[in-house]
Design a protein around this ligand. Sequence first.
Ligand SMILES: [Zn+2]
Length: 327
Amino acid sequence: MKNTQRMFGAAAAAAALVLVGGCGSGDDAAQGSGAADDTRLAVVATTPEVADFVRTIGGGDVTVTQIIKPNVDPHDYEPTPADIQAIGKAAVVVKNGVGLEEWLDRTIESAGFKGTVVDSSQGVTLREGGHEEGAGHEEGEEAHEGEEHDPHIWHNPLNAKTMVANIEKGLSAADPAHAAAFAGNVKTYTAELDRLDADNEAAFARIPADQRKLVTNHDAFGYYVDRYKLEFVGSVIPSLDTSAELSAKQLNDLVTKIKATGTKAIFAETSLPPKSAEAIANQAGVKVIGGEDALYGDSIGAEGTPEGTYLGAERHNTRVIVTALGG
Ligand SMILES: [Zn+2]
């Protein structure tokens, strides 16, 4: 009797071990790309912002593989074999859109992906490339006019509301059984986006209008500038992507403009080297806001940090900008 019990106990312990091993050792489970026995909807999201939206709206009913890691420049991204594999296994791919993911179409093709692509930018009113009234773009800078739209749509929380609504629609179509949960999550999150927008407006209302001047590392904040009525003075990298280089003349023009407008600071970005920003700031006699205060222009923070969510990153940006402009 005693013997039988012990044997039974040993067998149960062995079975438990197998179960523990099965749960803990899945190397693809860590990436969230979906183990073979995982019945949850497998979603690939391109950028950190869009991935955060998908995690929020999908909750526990989806697995999310995020292609572009935090603080990586998305404008010249090259997909890896692991990215292609993840897309091949996914049921849904969610992208930012507006041409930000130039690599995606050919990657989807080589992955043999047959699922749904959700373009989160659908229905967002797009800004033209470059800024109105030629701000930051002096004569001879007409090359890109009308050719491209500004892809940094998420920096206006109202656009983020459209993006999460598109994501909810896409997830619900792919997994109707969980549509009610997705709808509940988007409702809660939309209220948070409204609160973010109201808090941003209140923060900038405390800065005199003639002090709301922004010089950034690259031209990522157009939607934010429009929404909160800031003045875009110029950017260190004079384009919507990060490939352009400032000519000597453009550099001098920007320095002159910073001085003439009484701009207080140049804001560095987490995904870009601050070197050029520092050189221009030195010449113009202003400070660079960087290091831990660098803005999340093309990214959000590392997972697990306060800035590792869209809401946290955007609140960081506004806090840094308002402090620098008001102080
Ligand atoms: Zn950008």
